[in-house]
Ligand binder design. Sequence first.
Ligand code: AFP
Length: 332
Amino acid sequence: MDKVITIERHILRQQQMHPEATGTLTSILYDIALAGKMIARETTRAALEEILGLTGRFNVQGEEVAKLDDYANAAIVRLNQFTGRLAVMGSEEIDDIIPIPDEYPAGRYVLLFDPLDGSSNIDYSVSIGTIFSILRRKSPDGTRGTVEDCLQSGRNIVAAGYVLYGPSTMMVYSSGNGVQGFTLDQTVGEFLLTHPDITIPAKPKFYSVNQGYERHWSREIQEFTNCLQARNMSLRYIGSLVADFHRNLLGGGIFYYPADTRDSKLPHGKLRLLYEAEPLSFLAEHAGGKASDGKRPILTIEPEKLHQRTPLFIGNKELVELAEAYIRGDKP
Ligand code: AFP
């Protein structure tokens, strides 16, 4: 590549391809990139400032909330609530919808996010990430957004992506026209285009699953896993969905988190449809891959609850279809 393209320039160029665009979506994406830079700064400083450790609070999933989760959540809310661009927000950290305060105008878009996914990895300096999706509101313009605005199938996503806080900070996003990856140049504070038009490699290398739970899986999932092993695929599992997804997006492979019998309260697996599965499925499809709950495309699921969970099989198309075949009972 002989051009240096900042994320701002890239997003603006996408906007120019749509003469009807008002620039609102562009501005939301800028603000997410800014939030990503702020969160990246805190994740790298966290250990030094002794802010690691847990607040002693539990989020709506019953998981302990680390301080960085709070910071990341607040950064995204504060950057977006007053701009007049959003009707409502939803966060994996917050039980209910996040309304736009009455003193600010309500806008046309909905922002759903997981502020710090993989946060149980924070204390070990392992990669974590922020996941987001942007949709158009369904309720009438000029009113306050509603929960129904948030409960939309992934097919309605306008743009989605993630920021990965790893050895380098990366922002990967799609607004429906390819998947683009940017790396943060810390010295100038800019995300620069390093991975244009990402497509999942046709030959998959990795499978990613928490194999520690294998004995709790259905026979079909166990057989599917045996099949991957018979192909000599490498197991790679970080336990941060963003990081696992990112590696497989670039290297080729499948990530899955199936339903299991460990916890009767979690019959659909662990991952959240709105905050984790839908945005990454949007990216997977735009990168030539596929995402399924084992029976149907993730993006076709009509959500019923904000914190709904779903099994997830995501990545290389052939492997996701293979998983579906095993689950249907017609393994090849
Ligand atoms: P945390 O945010 O609690 O670390 O959960 C991360 C996550 O939702 C997702 O990022 C991982 O893929 C998955 O959970 C890991 O779950 P297991 O620890 O059960 O494998």
